[in-house]
Design a protein around this ligand. Structure first.
Ligand SMILES: [Zn+2]
Length: 263
């Protein structure tokens, strides 16, 4: 722990020490400077339950391990679960923060949508994974000045979906759960207001469709299901396949000089 935090300023060190830490997991693997994961303290009962579900699933831990195994980050970066603000990436502290409250809210959305507790946990943990990779995309773009043409939030969503599809045997289902969360969030409002149009993110419904589209572009079985359900037309599914190939190769080309492990 001390080694991992030795590069931070004294002020940040004090901030970190103030936080009641349940555990600090060092998952640096073969890299000297890499990602690490920290479980911050949980105060409310809801946060404690969320913390327990997340830690027992090990899915964020596994994501950090996959990132460390597949990428060679030149600088250290901390992923902290807990806190109040976020999910967010803080460039000044090289810190990704994802509150337990975010997980709890997502799980509740899935329960309200009719899933049982186990199904809702599964879906919420998958959406949480997408969020971890989404924030990692922001960190990469910032730390390595990765050029992004278009909306950074869309690029981050795309990388998160690609990593789920590439790194997990059930990645398509995981990505669909992430899309489902956007879809549920889109039903928070019946009218699109100026604030949403002016926002940095695409509309939630668009984020849902783009996520499903990338899944269809990568997975023929899901493409057929989406076509049968009427979610996408056959013509749009053709372009989903092109979208997936294009955005996947673009991301790989952009980051290969910075983080891809050499064979
Ligand atoms: Zn973002």
């Amino acid at each position: 722990m001390v080694l991992q935090l030795s590069g931070v300023t004294g002020r940040r060190m004090r901030q970190l020490l103030v936080i009641s830490l349940l555990s600090v997991l060092l998952l640096a693997g073969k890299n000297a400077a890499a990602l690490s994961l920290q479980y911050g303290g949980a105060k409310t009962e809801s946060d404690k339950r969320a913390q327990q579900v997340i830690s027992e699933s090990s899915n964020v831990e596994q994501a950090i391990r996959l990132l460390n195994e597949n990428w060679q980050l030149k600088e250290s970066l901390l992923v902290r679960l807990g806190g109040v603000d976020g999910p967010e990436y803080d460039p000044e502290q090289s810190l990704i923060t994802i509150p337990y409250g975010f997980y709890a809210e997502v799980q509740q959305r899935f329960i309200d949508d009719g899933l049982n507790l186990n199904e809702a946990r599964r879906a919420a943990l998958d959406a949480l994974l997408h969020t971890v990779y989404h924030e990692m995309a922001h960190a990469l773009i910032d730390r390595y000045q990765v050029p992004v043409i278009g909306i950074e939030e869309d690029a981050a969503d795309a990388l998160a979906t690609i990593l789920l599809l590439e790194w997990y045997p059930d990645g398509a289902q995981k990505a669909i759960h992430a899309g489902d969360l956007f879809d549920l969030e889109s039903s928070d409002y019946t009218e699109i207001d100026e604030e949403q149009l002016a926002g940095e993110h695409s509309l939630d419904a668009q984020r849902a469709y783009r996520t499903y589209c990338l899944v269809a572009g990568a997975d023929e079985e899901y493409a057929q299901q989406f076509e049968a359900s009427g979610l996408f037309s056959p013509e749009r599914l053709d372009t989903c396949s092109e979208d997936y190939q294009r955005v996947r190769s673009a991301w790989l080309r952009l980051i290969e000089d910075y983080v891809l492990s050499q064979p």
